[in-house]
Design a protein around this ligand. Sequence first.
Ligand code: SF4
Length: 259
Amino acid sequence: MTSPIKKSSTQTLKKSNPGGAKRKAPAFRSAYSRAELEEIFRRFSIQRPEPKGELEHVNPFTLVVAVALSAQATDAGVNKATRALFKVADTPQKMLDLGEEKVRDYIKTIGLYRNKAKNVIALSQRLVDVYGGEVPKTREELVTLPGVGRKTANVVMSMAFGIPTIAVDTHILRIANRIRLAPGKTPDEVEDKLLKIIPKHWLFHAHHWLILHGRYCCKARRPECERCVIADVCKSGEKTCDVPAPLVELPQQIIGATE
Ligand code: SF4
């Protein structure tokens, strides 16, 4: 009697996955339940009912410039440089009239200032040539401006035009991973996950709440868990305290005062 031929592993695989179709990655699930997510953002909303970004600007154009300048720089550092710059150039045309060399002088305290000055002039030129001097409102258009990436576009859409987005900066990337809210290696991955899990009615302010929480409480080197209002809900392995801080409204933000 001949022994039955053993099926090869490829055959077995084909049977269980006919056609060899790519399997879908499992749907993302946050470590937090819906009720916990709701509670986290409810508490943030009591702490900071009207959270604001800390980059100084006077109109959508100066916001685009400020955000583009803020890459690898602190908001306070950018504010120091732009206060004088925006007094003389608060429109794309005025920026072009000022010229690249003078722009460079105004922003030379900011890292990568040579390249950034080039981009400020180039984006001003494009705004004048293509958009009649106005800042466009869609992400697709915004990212065509020199020096404007997805993060800058998201900040501008949210802060200048009130369109809810999440712009993942260093603070949000850290918190999303540290507290297992929306773990991901890249800002895009984290943005995608946050957009899926943040309750829609909290989405508009969530961006600033997370940034400010990261900047002032869940800090990079050492989270200050004893001052944290979500210490009981937080699922971070790094947390040092389980007792939430008293839930009260925080004093008005002092724009540009700190990192
Ligand atoms: S408890 Fe600590 S680790 Fe968790 S969010 Fe608060 S500050 Fe961050």
